[in-house]
Design a protein around this ligand. Sequence first.
Ligand code: ATP
Ligand code: MG
Length: 528
Amino acid sequence: MSASPNSLRAQASGAMPRLHPGAGFAVGDETALVELQSIAKSFGPVEAIKNVSLKLRRGRVHTLLGENGAGKSTLMKILAGVHEPTKGKLFLRGQHVTFSCPSDAQAAGISIIYQELSLAANLSVAENIFAGHEPRRLGIVDFRSLYQRAQDLLDDLGIDIDVHTPVARLSMARRQLVEIAKGLSRNAELVIMDEPTSSLSDREAEVLFNIVGKLKARGAAVVYISHRMDEIMRISDDISVMRDGEYICTHDKNETTIGALINLMVGREMSDVYPRRATPLDTAQPALLEVRNLTIEGKFHDVGFAVRPGEIVGFFGLIGAGRSDVMSALFGLGRPQGQIVMNGKPLRLRSPESAISAGIAFVTEDRKHEGLVLMHSIAHNVTMASFERKGSRFGILNSRFEERETRDAIARMKIRAAGPHQAVGNLSGGNQQKVVFSKWLALKPRVLILDEPTRGVDVGAKFEIYRVMRELAGAGTAIILVSSELPEALAMSDRLVVMREKRVVKEFETAGLTQEAVMSYATGAVQA
Ligand SMILES: Nc1ncnc2c1ncn2[C@@H]1O[C@H](COP(=O)(O)OP(=O)(O)OP(=O)(O)O)[C@@H](O)[C@H]1O
Ligand SMILES: [Mg+2]
């Protein structure tokens, strides 16, 4: 905490922030709730933000749009008091303020829902929601009131979760809902949502859009970050585009189009996001991986499907349908009943190691906990799954191998980084996802399981991932694609397996298939 007289420590004890001394008049725009003026932020040699100015108004949803690494999260972390800007000023209700830690920003009425979930897995939902501002009586945490208030908050938000549940037991989607509730547990005037829907299915996203509507009605300003263009067009009032750390422009939602925004964002024309298959699939080939009657009581029941070499089989279902649990079982996690057959031979998967040695790779949906070692370099992360198999002799990693694989990965996936040795934790969210993807590609798997591989990646990077999927399939890899984005699942898959309530309810050929047909099975409107 700096000793600067305009710092907001006074605000924490109930006083209002004061004018910047010497200004003599209100220097910011008082009609804007928050104004960022010529903000810049560098991390060593990396210029993450260069001279960005923005105004955020009450009762409006202001969306930030930009490719992975454009600087969106960094800019918002400056507003949230996580980073101090290298240059520039912040104004709150026309008054110059400085935040030197997150609690300064919180005290000033700014709340942020982080892109990378910040929950403590061993604590309950309620403890997480009120972490740092637990209700107290006589100085002691009042647990009755804590649980009651947390439950009231969730009920009010329309989120159906028991507040006593430890967060570790929740799915990614539910954790994200808890993260949202946590961000809303203080009555903030500015609410920043950094990719809040990235782990949510359409149905849960609706819950969030309702919440956004309520915040607007209450007169709060909302900053919204997302890569999902359709939802951006639905909920935004103002849309600002950032590119390479720079502010490009702001448009009223009603005066722009998705196409125009994408062009501004990537700085070039993008026509088709989904690359087509280059050669038709050879359907005469026998299955590479076949699953029969796979069951883990309570998680999924009687699941059966097959994937041929070169085929992409999509898995679609609402959150909680059981798709991720099936994929974990195929990766040696869990002890399913039933059969897994690879190349005609039964496969016993006792652990992820046994799955990897059978040629199965798994890109998980939870990059923070399963996919990456954030403290380590890109090089280490990209090669860690494969070095035991190829790059090392007697367990010693061949650094030339590591260097080459990593440079290939950075070029192939267009990972935006200072170099192969940058720590993964410092990459933007979407670039971390590209590292997860690269790590499993370095294994050259025969079966590649992708669980929401394009979550949080921008349109340009999505295209790269799709292109690599096509390339791998073309070379004979069997791919299983779990996706909650129906257009993606339809465009990329040859066949689509629909799960509902922990069972396979339908299998489709995707040629000519409509979203409506798939949804009717996924929601149960049509019974299998
Ligand atoms: N702590 C840090 N140290 C070094 N570099 C950082 C740090 N935080 C962010 N960066 C860099 O700043 C740039 C902007 O990252 P930021 O996370 O703001 O992007 P973003 O627009 O939110 O992207 P995404 O859509 O992928 O979430 C990236 O090049 C990133 O590597
Ligand atoms: Mg980000």
